[in-house]
Structures are given as structure tokens and as C-alpha cells.
Write a new protein. Structure first.
Length: 303
């Protein structure tokens, strides 16, 4: 049988193998536990260059995981994940990401290895860093099939309580579940990762981006607003359910925004989901500007 050569192709192939196993054993395949399946699958598929180790190591705040050759056994591969991270879902997503590198990229590595940072895990659609995008695409398709994901969300009110439930169902990080939702949703929404009072990283859903709303923290320093939930830890507010801010609270947007936030661990900062009104405000028309071209250019610069 020909082997797949794309991230989605691999995710489909492995899903099919897991389905056969599910049918035979009666054990539910979701959540997919990469730790339990990756080494067996690699031995079956690639007996000449198997994945023989998955081990944890304290990598501090630098890396989420890595793929490397096993020392002293040149044809074998190993995955190391960061034990400083306590969230099982985040570790599972990282393992799927590294397994993706193993399936797709190990032939290019020679004796090298791949070290993956938190930033790499967020890189789902840029033109650059193709490897990281591919590893995330594989992990996302394998761990969170679209139909099941959309069924879980259904018509429920969007909150970080709901998103955490979805993340737990698939055994992925909250961030990974939010990125998946941002890819699928037709709503105007933004994921904002905050760190020490500043926006570290942000991503808009397509609908929000098309209405001209996005942040570019790599281009300019963007402070988190003092009244945002990301900054104020008001114990009387259910921050995962969120509150609606008036337009001046997040001055960048000029719209009212519902903000939901979790204060994650030391390596993760704050994770905020911003929901915007479905209908964007009318935009100021500047006849000399070519909005289509500008947007494409900005998108290119940003990603
Ligand atoms: Zn990576």
C-alpha cells in the first residue's frame, strides 16, 4: 500500500487503522492517546526506523517537545516531551505534533533533530515554518475530527467552560481546541495569548479578519487593557464565561467585545477568547486605498 505524503493523508490513514482497532476491540478511539499508539504504529509501518522511545524531561520554558534519533541506536527515533508542562492535553497534542514530524520529516533530518517551542505549536497556517504548520495540521486532524468537534459544540453558548470540555474530550490543550474552533467557525472571534501585560500572539477567525480586525503584536507592542479580564483578576467574575466590554475597553477594536479568559500556568500566560458582534461596524471608506491588496499584504506580513 502506498504511504501518504501529506499531513491530512497521514491523519486519515491512522484514523482508519484506529477504527479497525476500535471495531475489533470495542474500545472507543477518542480521545486518541498518542503515547499508547505511536510506537506500535511506527514499528508496523517502519520497522527499519521505528519510534522506540517517548520520554519526559524538564525542558523548562523553552520547548514543548522534540524529535531526535535515539543515542547509540542510529536507526531508532525518540520523542521527548516537557514535564514542566502539567496539562495532559497539552502533552498529548505535543506528542501528536512530534509524531507528525516523525511521519513527515524524519527523512529530511539526517542526524539532526527538531525542537519545538510553544510558538511552533501555534503556527497553524503561515507561509513560513512549513514543517511546524504540517505537524500541527496532522495533530489537529488526527486528534480533533471536524464532525465530532462540531457535534460537541452544537448550538451551545460559546465559553471557555465549553471549550475546556471539548479540549478534555479530545485530550488536547485548550489552545489547540480554540485554534480548531477558530478555523471552523463563521463567527467573528479572536484568540489572544497574553504575557506579562502584553499581547504575545493573536489570531483572528476568517470572518473577523475579513472585517479588517486583527492584531500584529510582532510589529508593535500591544498592551493588554487594564480593565480586561486578562489583566484584572476579579474573583467575583466567572472569567471563563466572560463579560462584555464597552468599545473603549479594548481601544484597538472600536466595538463592544465579549472577553473570556483563563490564567494558565507560568509558561502559558493568559489565554483569551474575544467574541465580536456578528455584524461588523461600517468601515470608513477611503477611495484611494486598495483594501483587497492591503489585506493580502498585511496577511502576508503578519503570518
Ligand atoms: Zn514542531
Amino acid at each position: 500500500m502506498r504511504l501518504p505524503n501529506s499531513p491530512v493523508g497521514w491523519a486519515i490513514r491512522i484514523t482508519k487503522i484506529l477504527q479497525v482497532f476500535e471495531n475489533a476491540s470495542g474500545q472507543r478511539m477518542y480521545p486518541v492517546k498518542i503515547q499508547d499508539i505511536a510506537m506500535d504504529l511506527s514499528r508496523q509501518l517502519f520497522p527499519d526506523s521505528p519510534l522506540t522511545r517517548i520520554t519526559g524531561e524538564d525542558l523548562g520554558g523553552r520547548f514543548e517537545g522534540m524529535l531526535a534519533r535515539v543515542p547509540g541506536a542510529a536507526n531508532e527515533w525518540g520523542i521527548i516531551y516537557n514535564t514542566a508542562i502539567k496539562s495532559p492535553g497539552r502533552i498529548n497534542f505535543t506528542l501528536a505534533h512530534e509524531f507528525g514530524h516523525y511521519l513527515l520529516h524524519r527523512a529530511e533530518l539526517g542526524n539532526g533533530q527538531i525542537n519545538c517551542s510553544r510558538q511552533d505549536m501555534l503556527d497553524w497556517d503561515s507561509e513560513y515554518g512549513q514543517r511546524e504548520v504540517q505537524a500541527n495540521e496532522f495533530a489537529s486532524y488526527l486528534l480533533m475530527p471536524r464532525n465530532t468537534f462540531e457535534q460537541l459544540i452544537g448550538k451551545q453558548k460559546i465559553s471557555l467552560h465549553l471549550m475546556q470540555e471539548v479540549a478534555d474530550q479530545f485530550n488536547v490543550s485548550l489552545t489547540a481546541a480554540l485554534l480548531k474552533w477558530l478555523q471552523l467557525t463563521s463567527r467573528r472571534a479572536m484568540l489572544v495569548i497574553g504575557d506579562n501585560g502584553f499581547v504575545k500572539w493573536a489570531r483572528s477567525s476568517d470572518a473577523l479578519y475579513k472585517s479588517g480586525v486583527y492584531l500584529q503584536p510582532k510589529k508593535e507592542l500591544i498592551g493588554l487593557p487594564q480593565q480586561s479580564l486578562a489583566m484584572s483578576r476579579d474573583a467575583t467574575i466567572d472569567a471563563k464565561l466572560g463579560i462584555t466590554h464597552k468599545p473603549s475597553t479594548w481601544p484597538q477594536f472600536k466595538e463592544s467585545v465579549r472577553e473570556m479568559t483563563v490564567h494558565a500556568d507560568a509558561y502559558e500566560g493568559t489565554i483569551s477568547l474575544l467574541l465580536f458582534p456578528d455584524d461588523p461596524p461600517p468601515r470608513w471608506h477611503e477611495p484611494d486605498e486598495e483594501p483587497e491588496l492591503m489585506d493580502t499584504f498585511d496577511k502576508f506580513q503578519d503570518r
